[in-house]
Design a protein around this ligand. Structure first.
Ligand code: DGY
Length: 322
């Protein structure tokens, strides 16, 4: 009997993929930093029983229509906006993601990005590395305080809650806006639910952790930035398309807000020529929210176990249910 064929769209740890090697023939794009080209992905998908995909792979109708053997897609991310989940499900294909195991790692990065932006850590580090540090000065590379300020979180899911927990350690007041109230965040962390507009107007730090949906696309646009305090710092560790980047650029250049820390962008990857990257008050990261060795290995292993479960006729641990 022929074994199922699995294609993995980026080089992953074979040790973490062991559950897959036991049940299937595994093929993998051999590079770590270069994405599998679209034409190769389409060709591999045609014969694949399972795909282990990255958030940068577009798993759309074109691909799903070609993938006549496909039974399961495991996305190495908690977000799944790169996959047409309803269409996949309509074809009987199970879609899985990697929630929970990346919560604290992504919250650490998000809060680190907030601190780095507020206290100008990247600029300060470059200042030393570029040999510019000639003397100590009272306002040399002065930034903004984080402690005792107000943080407003859009998207109070598990990562939002973990960011709120970190914020309470800095004696911050926590506001949030979400599709529905999060009673646990309110009772255990003292988070206060507000309207979106009130959160924008009263927060010192606005942190976007919302998933990309039709409702959140370009939610942070010129109207939203105008409602923020001039001293506000905007942090995005959700998805780039939740922001209108041109409006963000204008808000930063016109002094409508004070700074931005961005781990995600509309069209990733971006280069040094991207207008936002050139701004001194922007900290730009290459979508590394969950990128610790421990977490990325756990994510690979969870994807492998999910694919193996579906191939064995079992329920995967973390199936996307929409
Ligand atoms: C994800 O996994 O969807 C996040 O973007 C974490 O980096």
């Amino acid at each position: 009997m022929t074994r199922p064929y699995i294609y993995i769209t980026r080089k992953c740890s074979e040790e973490q993929l062991a559950p897959l090697y036991e049940v299937a023939d595994v093929d993998m794009w051999p590079e770590e930093e270069t994405a599998c080209p679209r034409e190769i992905l389409l060709e591999k998908a045609e014969k694949a029983d399972g795909l282990l995909t990255m958030l940068s792979d577009s798993i759309d109708r074109e691909l799903l229509d070609k993938a006549s053997h496909l039974k399961v897609i495991a996305n190495l991310a908690v977000g799944f906006d790169n996959i047409d989940v309803p269409y996949a499900n309509s074809k009987g294909i199970v879609v899985c993601n990697t929630p929970d195991i990346l919560t604290d790692t992504t919250a650490d990065l998000t809060f680190g990005l907030l601190l780095s932006t507020a206290r100008r850590l990247m600029e300060a580090s470059e200042y030393v590395k570029q040999n510019q540090w000639k003397s100590w000065g009272p306002l040399l590379l002065a930034g903004h305080d984080v402690h005792h300020k107000t943080i407003g979180i859009l998207g109070m899911g598990k990562i939002g809650q973990a960011v709120a927990k970190r914020a309470t350690g800095f004696d911050m007041k926590v506001l949030y806006h979400n599709r529905s109230r999060n009673e646990q965040a309110e009772t255990s962390l003292g988070a206060v639910f507000t309207s979106f507009d009130e959160m924008l107007a009263t927060s010192d730090f606005i942190v976007c952790l919302a998933p990309l949906t039709n409702e959140t696309r370009e939610l942070f646009n010129k109207d939203a930035f105008k409602k923020m305090k001039k001293s506000a710092i905007f942090i995005n560790a959700g998805r780039g398309a939740v922001v209108n980047e041109e409006d963000l650029y204008n808000a930063l250049v016109n002094g409508e807000i004070a700074g931005a820390g961005l781990d995600v962008f509309l069209n990733e990857p971006i280069g040094a020529e991207h207008p936002l990257v050139g701004l001194h008050n922007v900290v730009a990261l290459p979508h590394i929210g969950s990128a610790s060795y421990e977490t990325r290995y756990s994510m690979m292993n969870l994807c492998a176990m999910n694919i193996a479960a579906v191939l064995n006729g079992n329920e995967p641990k973390t199936k996307v249910v929409i």
